[in-house]
Design a protein around this ligand. Sequence first.
Ligand code: PLP
Length: 394
Amino acid sequence: MPPLPSAPQPDPLFATAPDRRGTGSEKWDRWAGRDVIPTWVADMDFSAPEVVLDAIRARVNHGVFGYTDMPPGFAPALAEHLGRRHGWEIEPEWVTSTPGVVNGLAITARLLTKPGDGIITFTPVYPPFLSLPGLAGRECVRVPLAQASTQWTIDWDRLESAVTPTTKLFWLCHPHNPTGTVFREPDLLQIAEFAARHDLTVISDEIWADLLLDEDHGGPRHVPFASLDHAKARDAITLVAPSKTWNLAGLGCAAAISRDRSLLKRWRPTGGGLVPMINPLGYAAAEAAWRHGDEWRRRLITILRHHRDLVLDTVATIPGLSCAIPEATYLVWIDCRDSGVADPQAACEAAGLGPSDGKDFGFPGFIRLNTACPTDRLREILRRLTRAFSKEPR
Ligand SMILES: Cc1ncc(COP(=O)(O)O)c(C=O)c1O
């Protein structure tokens, strides 16, 4: 791990955030009317970049919002972005749009497996990875990552013993939510080997790929799974979206990337009429973010890295709390099991803090904090975190 960089100059872009109360915000409505700062669902409190807002305004000014398929610039913008950022050269023909990454995962279950088949995933994990297989009548095969002090790592023996002849898919969350793990190339190649040996198709959810925190300080870079020089990797389906990086989740626009064009043709029909078209504002925003959003993204990373370090510093001062160092995302996954607090989520809520509850990720006793808010608010969040686990009466 490289030495931690010093605190950045405050960035006016991220010093304040609009009031989201009363806007239908899932994050802010959960404890509406109570003095609880929400720090759970993975969206940011910051406004989207001006370059994206301009593109949305321009599309609004066009004034016609009829049925909309992929506009001609969408797939090329994504292809250029992946080439520039990750050195992964794709053809625009490999891209199809889909209204969200979760929706994309659900489609792959139906497209590539039959009822009763198994889908492997590492845990703890973003909750839909656990619930979607069952909702599709498939089995979720959970393989816990191994917990170490600074990183969560792959337990290859557990992986090998979990797979069965009916396991057909491997849902890889890369980078991994909630631990912030960035899988390195040797691990990814080993996953490809494992998938080849057991005839699994890998679905790589790379929604967090543009939020690697230490990339500019000698830390790991993102290696797209499907960019590996391995036949199994070339067969993978990659799911991406601009929604985490540029805070566009409410616009519902994502993409699936596959070299198999017949599979892409079956993508939407697999939804059986339940998968809607993407709205034109989502397309406009995505294209602008991929084409013009990098300067904003780099400034965002600076603040998110600082926020990650503030959380780590605070966690280190609270007896019984610990966490591995997240290398990506704006999430910090905190182990509270040695705190003596039986229900960490309830203790946080009582102290005015609303994190995600680890039990939704398959790991009770943990909480997940979202750091994507102005620094002053994060400092208040950390005061409340300390209060939640303090032995003093409140
Ligand atoms: C790993 C991962 N995949 C998918 C999503 C959600 O994607 P979408 O909103 O495009 O369905 C999230 C949201 O937090 C996530 O963390």
